[in-house]
Ligand binder design. Sequence first.
Ligand SMILES: C[S@@+](CC[C@H](N)C(=O)[O-])C[C@H]1O[C@@H](n2cnc3c(N)ncnc32)[C@H](O)[C@@H]1O
Length: 215
Amino acid sequence: METPLVRLSDEESETVYEPSEDSFLLIDALEADLNSIEVIMPGICLEIGSGSGVVITALAMALHDRFPSYFMACDINPHACKVTKRTSSTNSTKVDIIQMDLVTNLLPRNLFDIIVFNPPYVVTEPLEVFDERLISKTWAGGLEGRQVMERLFVHIPDLLSEKGIFYLLVIKENDPEYIIQNFRNLSMMGSIIAERKIRGEHLYVIKFVKNDGQL
Ligand SMILES: C[S@@+](CC[C@H](N)C(=O)[O-])C[C@H]1O[C@@H](n2cnc3c(N)ncnc32)[C@H](O)[C@@H]1O
């Protein structure tokens, strides 16, 4: 998969997450799993918390010539929404973006074939996730670093199509096995498809499908 060109002004860098090792591991994992993605011929792809838009744009660049797929992203940070839009058009793709808190405004109609999330995963004091500063939203994960991502989990089965795939970036402190168990209780199977140790962080990408799907 090609790495999209991303440009952030100094002012945008103050609140918008710059493409980092976690973003690139997620792109690498999507690239390695491109065969399974192609098999399901995704109609609608969604990235939650798109930041600069580097991940959803990379996916759009890889798929848009081959499938009539629709790409969508959301972020709680309005500046991230603007940058995601720009990154997609700079790289000649089309991504529609909505500013919202996680998936608040989406109907639970099993419409999405691919959902991708690189959440704020850093372990912090629980109250830090309520910090209003937009830059804190890029990393503050609260207890076990799971406070933000856990609000999403319960919605995934109702958003994903039957053949859909959910890709989640986490770190060791988030306890990937605990998260996989959580999804078992939601009738979904998960497995780690990529991992990388980098500058004191152990990053993982977990792939989830519904129980009757193919991991
Ligand atoms: C670790 S950054 C990842 C950015 C980008 N996806 C990447 O991989 O480079 C987390 C992103 O999630 C967004 N975010 C945090 N809390 C959110 C929420 N409640 N709803 C939507 N987006 C959120 C942040 O603004 C930030 O852009």
